[in-house]
Design a protein around this ligand. Structure first.
Ligand SMILES: [Zn+2]
Ligand SMILES: [Zn+2]
Length: 149
């Protein structure tokens, strides 16, 4: 089922699973490769919903100076590796620009990525086919996934 309200460009993007580069902890099971508009050399992954209990917010909120978004660093809960950041309070220009609505970012240098496959394990999953976070049981509730077949 296609996701409503998502730009077609994002619907075609691959879903990736991200692992902490220092300990292998899965910090994200529904990531999207993104490139910062301000700095196209920086590779990032974004997600709408990190798995619960995989990462933690660390340190005080800050802003990058490029805009007024309030940001907090995100660290791997197992080893403390700072692997990304969370936009805790997006600023107005960012909210109104074309974006995928993702407020969690992961640095490509701090995580390793794997393409996520569909339920049958045959094709690479794309965002247009990904269930909403609350219906996405990937990785933790295998039994429920099998019942849906
Ligand atoms: Zn880690
Ligand atoms: Zn902003």
């Amino acid at each position: 089922m296609p996701r409503k309200g998502m730009h077609p460009t994002f619907q075609k993007k691959r879903v990736v699973e991200l692992e902490c580069i220092s300990c292998g902890n899965v910090v994200c099971s529904r990531g999207m490769k993104a490139i910062l508009l301000a700095d196209t050399k920086v590779e990032l992954y974004s997600t709408d919903s990190p798995p619960s209990g995989a990462v933690d917010l660390v340190g005080p909120p800050y802003s990058t100076g490029k805009c007024d978004c309030k940001i907090k660093d995100v660290a791997c809960i197992l080893c403390g590796n700072v692997c990304g950041y969370h936009v805790s309070q997006p600023c107005k220009p960012c909210l109104s620009s074309c974006n995928n609505g993702h407020l969690w970012m992961f640095h490509s240098s701090a995580v390793s990525s794997l393409d996520r496959l569909d339920v049958a394990g045959e094709e690479v999953l794309v965002w247009g086919k990904l269930p909403e976070a609350e219906h996405d049981f990937y990785g933790h509730t295998l039994e429920m996934m099998e019942c849906e077949r």
